[in-house]
Design a protein around this ligand. Structure first.
Ligand SMILES: Cc1ncc(COP(=O)(O)O)c(C=O)c1O
Length: 439
């Protein structure tokens, strides 16, 4: 046990969460993991692609799986680690929940904070997913009829619905900035966005770091800096960032977001049900979980640590993910996946004689490529048309990949992760050629 063992949290026999987060590395004594973790060295370095898929993922090789962006895909050792924790917990539930849980969670947070270059472990809060964090943030912001809110048309659909509802209920003013596609020069988009941000006295601005339907990387540090000068609080949806781009929080204060939402179960390949909420140091915002329990009034982290009895095994399995990413090298994986996505999109553009939705300089491991299918109305494709082709790919070709209708045109959104390889995109290319031929 750590040197500090004060109880301030219901009847839990646990140390104070806020104090555990404040300890220096020398003072913090983590609990040992109660089972052996995976020994990667015994496998050597597995080549990325097919072999990686067989060894470290559970994917059914009947399918060509090109949709990591949707629900991620777990690393087998991380899933096993979460299962081992589940067994361990049930051997003595009180020992775990009452005496060990907080120490173990703080350990995970401290490790993740180091990975991300946070000023302090207190910048991070463990959450089930970005949606839980988003709900918590938005319901904590005190949005009222004096609030002016800036969003973009690329905002995640569920959040756009929610923010519209909040604005309707409170009388807050909502401004939706429209990003036009295709994007060939991001600087032009940012210049226009900055003009729009200056046009009102906005209170809050919401940006996607990487939008989901039309994936491209926004230069969020530049935007945060700009918003800071205008006294606008910046909230970033980073559901797709961790594990897909070099996500860091060791920038100068003025360039950091006020709030940043992270999923670990997408590109970081953690078991489902874990994300992180980043809150900038010295923030004036008070963010509370949208579900509250014993931690009330014991500090922000305590409030988030316990939101009712639940399965924390995915949170704890982050330790295993960290071991995997550090064994293979985070930057190496990110660069490889980005390069594969570039090669795959170049290949499809060439096979189909079409174009990309966004330029390579702002694209990560997800890309949209226009399909070689035109309609009689020229540019009048709808969601239903996209769905038909997506289903054809699934049923007739065993290819799992989303088709999107963007501004009336059809695009495929490919993802590239460690288990993917270029032949899979060739298969997609041929399948679409065949579908187009029969249209
Ligand atoms: C941009 C974006 N934000 C938020 C989410 C929601 O993530 P979750 O369901 O894990 O909360 C998604 C999910 O795909 C997403 O693409």
């Amino acid at each position: 046990m750590s040197s500090i063992a004060r109880r301030d949290f219901g009847s839990f026999h646990c140390s104070n969460v806020e104090e555990l987060l404040n300890l220096t590395d020398d003072q913090f004594i983590p609990l040992p993991i109660p089972f052996s973790l995976y020994d990667y060295t015994k496998d050597g370095k597995i080549p990325f692609g097919r072999l990686m898929s067989e060894k470290y993922f559970l994917l059914d090789n009947k399918y060509v799986y090109l949709n990591h962006g949707a629900f991620g895909c777990v690393l087998r050792p991380a899933l096993e680690c979460s299962h081992l924790f589940q067994y361990y917990i049930e051997k003595q539930p009180l020992r775990f929940y009452d005496r060990e849980l907080f120490l173990r969670l703080v350990d995970v947070i401290r490790k993740m904070a180091k990975l991300l270059g946070c000023a302090t472990a207190k910048n991070l809060i463990l959450v089930e997913n970005v949606t839980f964090a988003w709900n918590s943030v938005v319901t904590s912001l005190n949005i009222d009829d004096k609030s002016h809110i800036f969003i973009t048309n690329t905002m995640y659909g569920a959040y756009k619905k929610f923010i519209k509802k909040i604005c309707l209920n409170t009388g807050a003013q909502l401004y939706e900035f429209s990003i036009d596609f295709p994007i060939n020069d991001i600087n032009k988009v940012i210049d226009k966005m900055k003009i729009a941000l200056k046009s009102h006295q906005f209170t809050y601005a919401f940006f996607d770091h990487i939008s989901s339907n039309s994936p491209f990387i926004l230069p969020i540090n530049d935007l945060c800096h700009y918003c800071k000068q205008l006294n606008i609080t910046c909230i970033i949806d980073g559901a797709h960032a961790l594990g897909s781009i070099d996500l860091r929080f060791d920038y100068e204060d003025d360039y950091l977001p006020d709030i940043y939402l992270i999923n670990c179960h997408k590109w970081f390949c953690a078991p489902k049900g874990v994300g992180l909420l980043y809150i900038k140091s010295n923030t004036k915002l008070t963010i509370r979980p949208c579900v509250q329990s014993h931690g009330i009034s014991s500090g922000m982290h305590s409030e988030f640590f316990w939101t009712g009895l639940k399965d924390y095994s995915s949170f704890l399995a982050l330790t295993e993910c960290l071991r995997f990413w550090s064994y293979y090298g985070m930057q190496m994986i990110i660069d490889r996946n980005r390069q594969l996505a570039k090669e795959a999109s170049d290949l499809l553009v060439q096979m189909w004689n079409t174009s990309k939705l966004t330029s390579d300089d702002i694209s990560g491991p997800m890309r949209c490529i226009k399909l070689p299918i035109s309609d009689d109305n020229n540019g009048g494709f709808k969601y239903d048309d996209a769905e038909i082709i997506q289903n054809q790919l699934y049923h007739d070709f065993n290819i799992e990949v989303p088709i999107k209708s963007i501004d009336g045109n059809l695009y495929v959104r490919i993802s590239a992760h460690l288990y993917n390889y270029i032949e899979q995109y060739k298969q997609l290319g041929h399948a679409i050629v065949e579908i187009a031929r029969n249209k």
